[in-house]
Structures are given as structure tokens and as C-alpha cells.
Design a protein around this ligand. Sequence first.
Ligand code: CTP
Ligand SMILES: C[C@](O)(CO)[C@H](O)COP(=O)(O)O
Length: 229
Amino acid sequence: MRGQAAADTVAALIPAAGAGTRLGLGPKAYLSVNGRSLLRRSIDALRPHVDEVIVALPAGLSPGAQADLGDVRVIVGGATRQDTVYALLQATSACHVLIHDAARPFLGAATIHALLAAVRETGAATAALPVADTLVRATPGGEWLQGVPRDHLWAVQTPQAFRRLELLAAHDLARADGHAATDDAGLLARQGHPVRLVPGDARLFKVTTPADLPLAQAVARVWDADGHA
Ligand SMILES: Nc1ccn([C@@H]2O[C@H](COP(=O)(O)OP(=O)(O)OP(=O)(O)O)[C@@H](O)[C@H]2O)c(=O)n1
Ligand SMILES: C[C@](O)(CO)[C@H](O)COP(=O)(O)O
């Protein structure tokens, strides 16, 4: 939908169409922690703050799995995360979009509020955390090559918030150039667009490898007991 953006509306776009290769348990959106799936947790966190939620799932998922999502629109994702987000952007006419990985299930309301305020000021914002560990560039074999100063380095999370038409234009340009990016903020930054870094949360980690699953189970118990969405 490239037409005029509906005034000040916000769509939450959730890429959930990955294969879960590094976790090794198949597509991970429907994996449950403390009785609720990663995807459901992301939807529940975003739903109260936006006008619509659209989820992209892997092709071939059963209609039953889609029906479980209730009032959420479902589309089929693409071969890469970038392709999936591009498809999600075509599926809404909202003025602003909040893009959030289904694989980051612990998303607090304060982070959403901060991102929505920032995007109205700057047009692009992402949750991110200052890097706390020592950093090193290594050889392909895992030998220490050179330390990397960590001053001013942040680890980028999601959600990321944008004016939809500006992000769509950045995606179009990346596709025309054959440019692949690991996130959406990078596509706008590459064009010189300012991107505001909004302090995220350590609990917003991405469930990526097997070690992340017991961590997510433990966080989920405390998260739910604290009454978060
Ligand atoms: N073609 C793709 C690839 C990824 N994603 C989504 O992008 C988010 C971040 O991706 P990642 O953690 O890499 O998930 P997977 O791609 O599933 O994992 P892997 O790379 O290990 O296969 C996830 O919510 C994932 O579902 C997507 O919607 N479409
Ligand atoms: C978008 C993202 O979560 C920001 O950190 C990250 O780049 C996704 O990377 P992945 O390799 O697709 O998991």
C-alpha cells in the first residue's frame, strides 16, 4: 500500500517467518515459554499501543496456527528477514510502523512509549543497548587479532520505529542496489537519515541459539509474575 499514510496511525509489524536454524527446533515463533509462545508474547506486548498488528509467518503453516492469532492479520513472509519486512510494509497504510522480531518476547510498555515519542520527533528510532563487554576482532579460526574500543558502541535490538513511506523508500533503494542489511534502521542510516537510539532492555534479547531457551524460560516466569503483557 503506497498511497497516502493514514494520519498518525501506527501498525506493529512482526516478522515471524524465520526458519529457526540456529536454535535447531524448527520455526520458533510458536515455541512456548511459561505457557505462552514467543509470538503471542510479542503480540500481547504491542497490541494495546497500536492501531493494527500484522504478523508474517512461514509459508505452509497450518490454518489452525493462523486462527490462534485472533484479531491479528497474517501474511506470508519472505526468504530473508529483509524480504519479510518488505512484504509487511506493503500490507499496511499506517503512518508509522513499529517493527519487532517475534524472537524478542520480553517487550515492556516503557520501551514502546519511548520509541513512539522518538519516531514522531526524528522519523526513525530503534531500541538499543550500550555494549558492556570487551570487544575483539578475531581471525576466522578464533584467534585474537585486535581489540575494538567499545566507546559509543551499541547493540541494536527491536522494536524499530519509522515513518512507513520513508522506510519503504529505503527498502526499494536497497533492493535496487542489491544491498542486504541485518535490520531496518541500517537501511535508513545508509541514506544519511538520522536514527535515534532509545535505551532498550537486557530482557529484550533475541532467542537465537539453544542457550537462549532456558534463559527465556527463567525470564518468562519473573516477567509474568510481575504482570507484564
Ligand atoms: N525470512 C525470515 C527470516 C527471519 N524472520 C524473522 O526475523 C526475526 C529475527 O530473525 P532470527 O532470530 O534470525 O530468526 P530465524 O531466521 O528464525 O533464525 P535463524 O537465522 O537461526 O534461522 C525472527 O522473528 C524471525 O522469525 C522472518 O520473519 N523472515
Ligand atoms: C533485527 C535484529 O534483531 C537487530 O539486532 C537483528 O539484526 C536480526 O538479526 P538476525 O540474524 O536476522 O537474527
